[in-house]
Design a protein. Structure first.
Length: 206
């Protein structure tokens, strides 16, 4: 019984301790950007859904503060209207290409790249800051030059104002090189869950 009580106390303590205490970052310090922000996928994968969930888990931002329906679930040209509205300050693109996601959306990787080019052009025209995120451990295939994720990285990252990658996706120094070549701050995180959740709590200012 005593062990059960001690275990419960320890669990409660873990829940109460801010997630930032467990977070492990390297590279540049966490940058700060203005809200409201838009969150979208670069490749029709599940990465943006995962990041959206982490945003919700922080319970720091209300829907109104982040811009209401800030998640661009359907990556179609109709969603250009969100950017054209001029109501958003920051665009977060999660690099996440999957054949399943592309197939479900009825588009090809070429279509997606074309869509993202317009998204980037519109965001920059509106003065939005751009954050590129790579948080899925299987979202890299550097030995395959035509891999969709590598192509999205080539398109999005050099135009970003801030790069975030999990450690597993930068073992070849891919993001470090982009950071150095283009002078873009880069933060590397160990864990996609704990560390990304901690970043989300720090990154956006009201």
């Amino acid at each position: 019984m005593k062990r059960v009580v001690l275990s419960l106390i320890f669990t409660i303590m873990l829940i109460a301790v801010p997630v930032q205490l467990f977070a492990v970052f390297s590279g540049d310090p966490v940058q700060q950007f203005e809200m409201p922000f838009l969150l979208t996928s670069g490749g029709q994968g599940a990465g943006s859904k995962s990041l959206r969930m982490l945003v919700q888990l922080t319970k720091k931002y209300t829907p109104a503060e982040v811009g209401g329906d800030y998640w661009l679930e359907d990556e179609t040209p109709e969603r250009y209207a969100y950017i054209d509205s001029g109501n958003f300050k920051t665009l977060v693109i999660v690099i996440s290409v999957t054949e399943k996601g592309l197939g479900a959306s009825g588009i090809t990787i070429e279509d997606e790249i074309g869509f993202l080019k317009v998204v980037l052009e519109k965001a920059k025209a509106k003065g939005m800051k751009i954050i590129a995120v790579s948080m899925e451990a299987d979202a890299r295939a550097p030995k395959i030059p035509t891999n969709g994720n590598e192509r999205i990285i080539d398109l999005v990252c050099p135009q970003a104002d801030y790069l975030i990658s999990i450690k597993a996706n930068n073992t070849d120094g891919r993001f470090t090189k982009i950071s150095q070549d283009y002078g873009i701050p880069l933060t590397i995180v160990d864990s996609a869950n704990v560390d990304m959740r901690a970043i989300v709590q720090q990154i956006f200012v009201k």
